[in-house]
Structure formats: C-alpha cells, structure tokens
Design a protein around this ligand. Structure first.
Ligand code: NDP
Length: 452
C-alpha cells in the first residue's frame, strides 16, 4: 500500500523537529503538524525564555556584589517590558530558525491540529493525509489543580507574557519550575512566597541538594513555606486574596502554579486507534519508543519518561535510526545530567545518596560545602556544595551533585565521566582547574560521615 508520507510527526517541538529532520536525512518523505508555534515548550515557553529571565534576575545580586569589587553602580532599576520585548524577539528568531530547519530538510509543515482517524490516517482541519509511520511528539501542558478561584492563577505559560511585573508573587509547587520562577521573581525585586505542600522542595533530588537550595533561596529573601497549600483564591480590589488550607491568608498580585505537567494526548484519537495510555494520559512506549500500535511511535514529554528537551532529542534520533536507518537503537535513560536554574543553580547526574543506598547498601560519600571565592570579598553569604556518591567495591562514581554558580555548566562535563563509568580513583587522578568551584569534585579525599 502506498502512503502520502513515510513519516507523519505530530508536534514540532525539539523532539519532533529533530526526529523529522534525521528521518528525512535517511531518505524518508516526512511531514509534521504543529497547532501552535514551531519550536515547542523548550523554545517558546520553557527552557529558553526561562533562562533569559534567570539571567535578567541575577543582575540585582551582581550589582550588589559589584560594590565590594570597587564599582559604583548607582541605583539600578529594572524595566519588565524591555525584558519581555527582547525575550520575545529572541523567541521569534529561534522560531524562524525552526521553520528553516524544517524547510531546509524537506519536511512539509502543516500548521494545524492533527487527529488520528486510523493507524495511518491523520486529519488536519478539512483534509486528511496518510503515512506509513506516525510519531507522536506533542509534549505536555501545565496542570492546574482544582482549587476554588484557580482561574485567577497563572502557570509558567502566562508568566512569560505578563504585562507588568507583579510586586507580590505566590509560587505554588516545589519542583523545577516553581524553584526557578521563585528565584526569577525574587531577583527582579518582587516579594515572593513559595508554598510547598510537602516537607522539602525538589523531591527526588539528593537530600543535601534539597536542604542547600532551601537554605540558600531563603537567605536570598524567598519566603519558603512548607506544608502549605492554597485552599481558595479570590480577586480583591487591589490584587488577590489567597486563603491557605491551614486558614492563613496571603495578599498578592499574582499566584503562579508550577504543580507538574500533563502529557498532551487528549482529543487526538489515540484511544480509537488502540494506542495504550497511562492513567495520566501519557503514551505507553517500549524501549524503542514504539506504542502498542506497530507503526505508531511516541517521544518526549508525552511519554512521561524523563521530561527534558535533550532527552526528547535523543529519543527522536534513536527513533529515526531504528525506523529509517535499519539500526535499532534504544535510548539509555540512565545517568541523564540535568540542571535546575534556581539561584544558586543545581547540577546533578546519576544516583542520589538515598537511591544509591537503596540499590547498593553501603556507599561512600564525599561532600564539600564552602563559600565560593567570588563571595569572599562581597557581602553575599551564598554557599556552594559538591557531593560524590561512590560504590565502595567498584569505586565507580554513582552520582555527582553540585549546588553553586554555573552548576549546569559544570555537570555537563562530569556527566560524560559518569556515563563512561569513571571511578573515584580516576576523578582523583584528574588535575583540578584552579581556582574554580568544580575543582572540589576532583580534590575531595576524606569520606563524609556527617549525617549519613
Ligand atoms: P515537578 O513534577 O518537578 O514538580 C511539581 C511540584 O508541584 C511538586 O513539588 C509537587 O509536589 C507539586 N504539586 C503537584 N501537584 C500539586 C497540587 N495538586 N497541589 C500542590 N502542589 C502540587 O513539575 P514542574 O511543573 O516543576 O516541572 C515539570 C517537568 O519539567 C520537570 O519534572 C522537569 O522534568 C521539566 N523541567 C525541567 C527543567 C530543567 O531542566 N531545568 C526546568 C523546568 C521543567 P510533590 O513533590 O509533593 O509531588
């Protein structure tokens, strides 16, 4: 049977665009559908604008630090609208690059919502097309819990387009997005209250990282409240009134929820064609990203494996090699490095101490906490931390965790080492780069026995 396309990709985010480009380079005839803007969450309303906001917000601290280095900066003020305008221009530029990537690689773009009619037929508005293979790469969307008055709350999507900078902000959640946005608004001068329903933010991260980030963001002025959650949100004449589950009341100009993301699978016809979904709507896939239907694959956040852009890109490349290059490849989801762009940021790869203990029993811990050099002659009190988790018999480094300036940059290189299975001895044989924060990772010799 002949089809209009060899591959039809639904969703032009990082994963979908990469999969379509690589598949096309292997000779496949490819089309892609996107209902919003080409580029996806990361480029349009995620990693990229978020990182620009983080840069913007960090200047306030830099201006303060500058004084002790001899600079007279004067009174610094921030113009929200300028930041938004310049951020939007950059997103438009990247959006344009994504269009070019598709056209330069002969990938036909449909700016439509796509719905599956059967396993090979896609409905795009009024027309239908057929394809031998279908790849679902529709990403995720913020979850807004059912709370009275939730319509007055925003998610990160809206935070990127606020007309004015809110002066009093409540951020709900304790994950990546909540911690990053609490830091952004705080750095830009807002009064920030972060509400987390549990005991400690950044659940799933190493416990020393959790504690350190909680301490540091509190020192920087974020009012972090644990075991706290809104019960009701009301609009008032000058903002919002937020009543907490324990009866407490907060007045704010904005409340932003960062309470997780849900895979985008609703209304796509997936159930009708027999694609199995998890209870949260995520597409069930095997190690080759194949769904329960033989010719339908799924990659990225919609599969709810590791919701990170570079992972979606790797899954997309593995898919293209598997299906169109005759080289079946399952992407290995272990030891994925990642960063939280909190202030200070976190870089992490491999197992947390708790995960390592659960898997291997006893493990060796190396930990160093210190005042970074930049802070020694400033009034800042920010601290940094480096931590290694090592297998006592094989000497393999099982986990590397960094809290401190440029932790995201640092962890990229150490991610290579951990992926290669480097040992502590090999870390020790590596000469440190002096003076840096990262050199601690190759100079720690004493096992940490503190609270472990
Ligand atoms: P997360 O799953 O990381 O965090 C969600 C947070 O919201 C948790 O603290 C959770 O609490 C809390 N929460 C969930 N439901 C409720 C509720 N009903 N009421 C109150 N609190 C609730 O999600 P994010 O939205 O922060 O991010 C989604 C994903 O996006 C991340 O997991 C990550 O993979 C990716 N991401 C990566 C970034 C990076 O690499 N720098 C940046 C941003 C996002 P609890 O802990 O109790 O479950």
């Amino acid at each position: 049977m002949s089809y209009d396309y060899d591959l039809f990709v639904i969703g032009a985010g990082s994963g979908g665009v990469r999969a379509s480009r690589i598949s096309s380079s292997f000779g496949a005839k490819v089309a892609i559908a996107e209902e919003y803007r080409v580029g996806g969450t990361c480029v349009i309303r995620g990693c990229v604008p978020k990182k620009l906001f983080v840069y913007a917000s960090h200047f306030s601290e830099d201006f303060e630090d500058a004084a002790n280095y001899g600079w007279s900066v004067g009174k610094a003020t921030h113009d929200w609208k300028t930041m938004i305008k310049n951020k939007d221009a950059e997103i438009d530029r990247l959006n344009g690059i994504y269009y070019s990537i598709l056209s330069n690689n002969n990938v036909e773009l449909f700016e439509n919502r796509a719905e599956l009619i059967d396993a090979h037929t896609v409905k795009l508005g009024e027309r239908t097309v057929t394809a031998k293979y279908i790849l679902i790469a529709t990403g995720g969307t913020p979850v807004m819990p059912e709370v009275e008055g939730i319509e007055y709350a925003i998610s990160s999507n809206e935070a990127f387009h606020l007309e004015e900078m809110p002066k009093r902000v409540v951020v709900v959640g304790g994950g990546y997005i909540a911690v990053e946005f609490a830091g952004i608004f705080n750095g830009l001068g807002a009064d920030v209250i972060q509400l987390y329903r549990g005991e400690q933010i950044l659940r799933g991260f190493d416990h020393h990282v959790q504690q350190m980030v909680a301490d540091e963001i509190t020192k920087k002025g974020i009012d972090l409240r644990t075991h706290a959650n809104p019960a009701k949100i009301e609009k008032t004449t000058d903002g919002l009134k937020i009543t907490l589950e324990d009866g407490g009341v907060i007045e704010a100009d904005a409340i932003m929820y960062a309470t997780g993301r849900r895979p985008n699978t609703a209304g796509m016809g997936l159930e009708n064609v027999g694609v199995d979904l998890k209870p949260n709507g995520a597409v069930v896939v095997d190690e080759y990203s194949k769904t329960s239907v033989d010719n339908i694959y799924a990659i990225g956040d919609v599969t709810d494996r590791v919701a990170l852009t570079p992972v979606a890109i790797h899954e997309g490349m593995a898919f293209a090699e598997t299906v169109f290059a005759g080289k079946p490849r399952a992407f290995d989801h272990s030891n994925v490095p990642s960063a939280v762009f909190s202030q200070p940021p976190v870089g992490t790869v491999g197992l947390t101490e708790a995960e390592a203990r659960e898997k291997y029993g006893d493990v060796d811990i190396y930990k160093s906490e210190f005042r970074p050099m930049k802070q020694t002659i400033t009034l800042g009190s920010e601290r940094a931390m480096c931590k290694l988790i090592v297998h006592p018999e094989t000497d393999k480094v099982l986990g590397v965790h960094v809290v401190g300036a440029d932790a995201g940059e640092i962890i990229q290189g150490f991610g290579v080492a951990v992926k290669m299975g480097a040992t502590k001895e090999q870390f020790d044989a590596t000469v440190g780069v002096h003076p840096t924060l990262a050199e601690e990772l190759v100079t720690m010799r004493e096992k940490y026995t503190g609270d472990s």
